[in-house]
Structure formats: structure tokens, C-alpha cells
Design a protein around this ligand. Structure first.
Ligand code: IMP
Length: 179
């Protein structure tokens, strides 16, 4: 059993489809203002592992739009809350270069152990409109092969997503350790 500290139901549903034995803990932690997702996750992990007894996992993700020089990146949560998907679409009006990627950093630790980190990315495009209601956050505007992540069932998203990549890497690491 692993504690997954997140307040995001969408993330939890995706992670549960990978790990099965996962308990969501919506206890919050400090998300520092930093230049990289890795720094945010490392700081958060220190805080969370001092508060929970047992194997614990957190995950930090961001959307990086090439034409916007990587924006919103580490500011993805704030930008989603403020200008949202329609704001990103407005920033991308008349922009031809639509490439973007999501990155996920997952941190995991057991009591008294050093934490480990795994990363994943999915590359795609910012569409011209929002499509689909299945995912969360930026899913409706992020397209892979002309289908938005918002149009995908969890199983489909988990075949390609940044989060599935980072979490499957952790899962493999845990399984390899078991021997
Ligand atoms: P955080 O990892 O919770 O800090 O996420 C940063 C922001 O990116 C939030 O607004 C999330 O909704 C959004 N986000 C994170 N992962 C995804 C995803 O898989 N799809 C769409 N939006 C995401």
C-alpha cells in the first residue's frame, strides 16, 4: 500500500489504474516557487514524509508550450486557475508552431529511506479548441495524433501519458527491488 498525496481526483484515478493499492491523502503540502518540477517535488517530499508513516508518493506536473518558451511550465497550476484553457488558446491564436509537452515528476519514499524520483513526458500539440470532458486541467487542449487527452478514457491516456510513464518507472523500480 502506498499513500498518494494529492488533492486531484483525476491524478488519483490515473495512478490507481497503475498501482491498484493506493490510498489518496488530501493533506496538502507546500509547492515552492522554483524553476523545475524536480525541485518542487523534492521539497514537497521532505514535508510529506515527515508527516506520514509509510510509503508515500507525490507527483508534480506541468505543461510546456514551445512557442511560449516553456510557459506555463512550473506555473501550470496557477495559470490553469487564472486564465485557464481558454487563456492558453488565446495566447496561441495565430501561432503556427503548436508543439507542447507535459512533464511529470514522481517522488517516492519509505520511512527512513532516501527518496527516489522518476520522470515522464508526453509530446503533442495545443489544439485550436477544447475537446472532450474526460480528463482534467489542460487535457481538452492537448492533442496527441489529433485526439485530445480530454477525449480519452483513463486506459488510453495511461498508454501514452507523462504521468503513466513516471509512475510505471516507479512501479518497475519497486518490482525490480522485490526481485
Ligand atoms: P500539479 O502537478 O498538480 O501542480 O499540476 C499543475 C497543473 O497542471 C494543474 O493545473 C493541473 O490541472 C495541470 N495538469 C497536471 N497534470 C495534467 C494532466 O495530465 N492533464 C492536464 N492537466 C494536467
Amino acid at each position: 500500500m502506498i499513500y498518494f498525496v494529492t488533492g486531484n481526483k483525476g491524478k488519483h484515478a490515473e495512478a490507481r489504474a497503475i498501482f491498484g493499492d493506493l490510498v489518496q491523502k488530501d493533506i496538502g503540502y507546500t509547492e515552492i516557487q522554483a524553476d523545475t518540477l524536480e525541485e518542487v517535488a523534492a521539497y514537497g517530499m521532505k514535508e510529506v514524509s515527515s508527516r506520514l508513516e509509510g510509503p508515500v508518493m507525490i507527483e508534480d506536473a506541468g505543461l510546456f508550450v514551445d512557442a511560449l518558451h516553456g510557459f506555463p511550465g512550473v506555473y501550470s497550476a496557477y495559470v490553469q486557475k487564472t486564465i485557464g484553457n481558454s487563456g492558453i488558446l488565446r495566447l496561441m491564436e495565430r501561432v503556427e508552431k503548436r508543439s507542447a509537452y507535459f512533464k511529470s515528476v514522481v517522488a517516492y519514499a519509505e520511512p527512513g529511506q532516501e527518496s527516489v524520483m522518476f520522470k515522464g513526458e508526453v509530446h503533442g500539440k495545443i489544439g485550436f479548441e477544447e475537446r472532450g470532458r474526460k480528463g482534467f486541467g489542460y487535457d481538452p487542449i492537448f492533442y496527441v495524433d489529433d485526439i485530445s487527452l480530454g477525449e480519452m478514457e483513463i486506459e488510453e491516456k495511461n498508454r501514452i501519458s507523462h504521468r503513466a510513464a513516471s509512475m510505471n518507472a516507479l512501479k518497475e523500480w519497486l518490482e525490480a527491488r522485490k526481485g
